[in-house]
Design a protein around this ligand. Structure first.
Ligand SMILES: Cc1cc2nc3c(=O)[nH]c(=O)nc-3n(C[C@H](O)[C@H](O)[C@H](O)COP(=O)(O)OP(=O)(O)OC[C@H]3O[C@@H](n4cnc5c(N)ncnc54)[C@H](O)[C@@H]3O)c2cc1C
Ligand code: SF4
Length: 424
């Protein structure tokens, strides 16, 4: 406890609050909640966080803090930033321990708002961070919500993407229970595009699509269809790992998915795991801490290397790589990799895992909604799709690929839906 208060006391309570205004996608009121922690008012700190987020326990643990709140902290200019994530997680854990909850914090508001919007109903398809956040903020506004979820559990990538060694699933379960206790209905085992379609949802005043985008992108190179080439997202979601004992595995990519695949595969017994990334370490989208942990666990990195083709007879046997150099292209914010001519070389490998990005399931093309050039469902600034009764958010709508951004889209979409419902 003393240690936490000491960490809170390190915060300068800056008036300009770059941590909140610039760093945190959700604009959590960071100095305000930390001030309450300093004074030991933990339940007040929780109430402050509940204004903007329902995922405190999760975001406190797995947000890329150095790229978000802590990366903008004034303390970080000359030394270590304030441990904002740790403080947020502490406040959530303490609230749960003391029997505090969203239902308690929002009780009066919910009762009052039900009088206005209590007869309105919204369907949410997909119960990951975006759908769960939207559900909570709609219930707060008095609206009735039902989540339709393909699995028999909620949480999405929090449950089956981010591995247990980074995010304790008990925290995710507590987070979900706290949200469901607000009075949210869930229809489990309902897979949109399979045993659920839009016609069945006509009774709802609005529909929010938040079923994610977890289909691994391909490189479009020779040999990609050989046995032993896997999509990283699918490996983690469906847990379809081959036996890695004594094998060499190459993981292509430089983001969270690549790091989680590499570390999971190493833990599952692979002899060697090599991450191939086109740019340099400084340009990796993964957080530095993830890279450091991966290195400590024995993962090797081949920076500034690109895969040219995958070689093998039916099954992966070798990889042709080429070195890259980084150049500044006009108009680009980060350095671009270009192949260094004649620097090709060959390495042996048993498996290749593609972790280069992901897109929505192919059935979105049949939904009669506009898609953007990456295949995400296109939304306007109100999170409306090309069908004004249907909204979308999170990864499905191409919202910047982190939990906090998915949650932000859910919270903001809830506001827009409420505005529309009030007009009707
Ligand atoms: C391996 C990995 C590691 C990551 N690590 C981090 C991290 O450390 N920090 C971070 O901030 N972000 C991380 N991310 C990104 C983050 O997890 C996502 O941006 C976020 O989960 C997106 O939330 P979402 O609600 O849009 O989608 P999802 O989390 O994908 O949730 C979608 C929900 O819809 C359900 N669903 C899917 N299809 C259907 C259907 N047809 N019908 C009904 N339901 C359906 C799913 O089961 C799921 O519950 C990671 C992603 C991956 C893949
Ligand atoms: S920028 Fe850092 S020191 Fe300033 S209020 Fe935010 S957390 Fe505290």
């Amino acid at each position: 406890m003393e240690e936490i208060i000491e960490k809170a006391n390190y915060c300068l309570n800056c008036k300009v609050k770059p941590c909140s205004n610039k760093g945190c996608p959700l604009h959590n009121e960071i100095p305000d909640f930390i001030k309450e922690v300093k004074e030991g008012n933990f339940s007040k700190a929780y109430e402050i966080l509940c204004k903007t987020t329902v995922l405190q326990g999760v975001c406190g643990r797995i947000c890329p803090h150095m790229k978000q709140c802590q990366g903008s902290c004034v303390r970080g200019i000359k030394g270590e930033p304030v441990a904002i994530g740790e403080l947020e997680a502490f406040v959530f854990d303490k609230a749960m321990e003391e029997g505090n909850s969203l239902s308690k914090v929002w009780k009066e508001e919910i009762e009052k708002n039900k009088e206005v919007l209590g007869n309105k109903k919204v369907a949410i398809i997909g119960g990951g961070p975006a759908g769960l956040t939207l559900a909570a903020f709609l219930v707060k506004e008095g609206v009735k919500v039902t989540i339709y979820e393909k699995y028999n559990f909620l949480g999405g990538l929090l449950m089956y993407g981010i591995p247990e060694f980074r995010l304790d699933k008990k925290i995710v379960e507590k987070t979900i229970k706290n949200i469901l206790d607000l009075g949210i209905s869930v229809e489990y085992g309902k897979e949109f595009g399979k045993n659920l379609n839009l016609n069945e949802l006509e009774e709802y005043d609005a529909i929010f699509l938040s079923f994610g985008a977890n289909c691994s992108s391909k490189m479009g190179i020779e040999g990609e269809n050989l046995k032993g080439v896997y999509g990283g997202n699918e490996l983690l979601e469906y847990n379809t790992h081959p036996n890695y004992e004594g094998k060499t595995v190459v993981v292509a990519g430089g983001g969270n998915v690549a790091m989680d695949c590499a570390r999971t595969i190493k833990r599952l017994g692979a002899k060697e795991v090599k991450v191939v990334y086109r740019r340099a370490r400084e340009q990796m989208p993964a957080e530095d801490k993830e890279v450091e942990d991966a290195i400590k666990e024995g993962v090797e990195f081949l920076f500034q290397n690109n895969i040219v083709k995958i070689l093998g007879n039916e099954k992966v046997e070798k990889l042709e790589l080429i070195k890259t150099k980084l150049i500044q292209k006009e108009g680009d914010t980060r350095l671009s990799p270009v192949n260094v001519e004649n620097s090709n070389y060959i390495i042996d490998t048993d498996y290749v895992v593609m972790a280069l990005g992901a897109s929505p399931a192919p059935f979105v093309k049949d939904l009669d909604l506009s898609l953007n050039k990456w295949g995400n469902v296109e939304v306007n600034s109100n999170y409306e799709t090309s069908n004004p009764k249907i909204y979308a958010g999170g990864d499905l709508a191409g919202v910047r690929g982190t939990v906090a951004w998915a949650a932000y889209s859910g919270r903001e979409a809830a506001k827009k839906i409420v505005e529309k419902l009030k007009e009707a």
